[in-house]
Design a protein around this ligand. Structure first.
Ligand code: NAD
Length: 265
């Protein structure tokens, strides 16, 4: 029960595969109360109601690209939960160009603008709105999810690599300001390839997944493992960790080459 009495908001639970879904289940087990949120269309199309019933959570719709939606979400969440927040999970990502099968050297900039807004700027929007509403308690913790394509080239990860680089930069910059102002922590978790709706949308996902599995001494980290790591970052056991991009990838990020990959050549 390491989150006993803590209140939070969890963005991005779409279906049982979603990383945010696993985080919500685990946060419930650990004693937290929270609001679930997603875009209105995702609430209609996914099965978030099931998760809300199982975890006793309220659902408040919000499109992360709309400032008024985020303002309303944060104000309403504090009302529903009966006080200020202790944690926020931002588990949101979408690439319009990947959806439309545009390659990295043939991007549509309207799509790219939207991708950056949904996948990276929205994190700033959430943090700025929380700060303006003074919505997070001291030593509260905000976590977003990233991928190693922010540091190294994975050609088919496309414009999402740029979105993740921006996301990690916002994590550092806002982490500084929020830490100074309110002692709130801000971190990103750089997760292994994981079979989810967003993950599966990346061209050649199975190749990414199998390669990472062979490269990582511990194998790929699952969504369940990622949820446990998120919970540790929401807990009081990690109070001095902030502004970090934390690799949660079974050792992939620091492995130069593995026997499995060489033997498979
Ligand atoms: N799956 C992977 O391989 C992997 C690896 C590393 C990082 N991540 C990151 O993890 C996060 C969660 O993705 P996931 O893999 O659980 O997939 P997912 O598809 O289950 O989650 C993505 C979520 O973003 C939400 N979303 C999209 N547009 C939105 C909008 N305008 N407003 C509000 N919500 C919106 C979707 O409805 C969905 O719930 C993403 O940031 C993703 O990039 C995923």
């Amino acid at each position: 029960m390491i989150l006993n009495g803590k209140r939070g908001i969890i963005f991005g639970a779409l279906d049982q595969q979603s990383i945010a879904w696993k985080v919500a289940e685990r946060a419930h087990v650990e004693g937290a109360s929270f609001v679930l949120t997603n875009a209105p269309i995702a609430i209609r199309m996914g099965n978030i109601n099931e998760l809300a019933t199982a975890t006793g959570a309220a659902i408040i719709a919000a499109d992360v690209t709309k400032t008024e939606d985020i303002e309303n979400l944060i104000a309403q969440s504090m009302q529903v939960l009966g006080g200020k927040l202790d944690f926020v999970l931002h588990s949101v990502g979408m690439s319009l160009n990947i959806r439309k099968e545009r390659s990295y050297t043939d991007l549509d900039y309207e799509h790219m603008h939207k991708t950056m807004d949904i996948s990276a700027m929205s994190f700033h929007r959430v943090l700025q709105t929380c700060l303006r509403q003074d919505a997070i308690n001291e030593w509260g913790s905000v976590v977003t999810l990233s991928y190693i394509a922010a540091q190294r080239v994975f050609p088919d990860y496309n414009e999402m690599a740029d979105a993740k680089a921006l996301l990690e930069s916002i994590t550092r910059s806002f982490g500084y300001h929020y830490g100074k102002a309110k002692k709130v922590r801000v971190n990103s978790i750089s997760q292994s390839p994981t079979r989810t709706r967003a993950g599966g949308g990346v061209k050649g996902f199975d190749g990414f997944f199998d390669y990472a599995e062979k490269m990582s001494p511990l194998g790929n980290a699952s969504a369940d493992d990622c949820a446990k790591y998120c919970i540790s970052l929401f807990s009081d056991y990690t109070r001095m960790v902030t502004m970090q991009n934390l690799f949660h990838d079974g050792g992939f990020s620091f492995t130069g080459v593995s026997n499995e990959v060489v033997n498979g050549l």
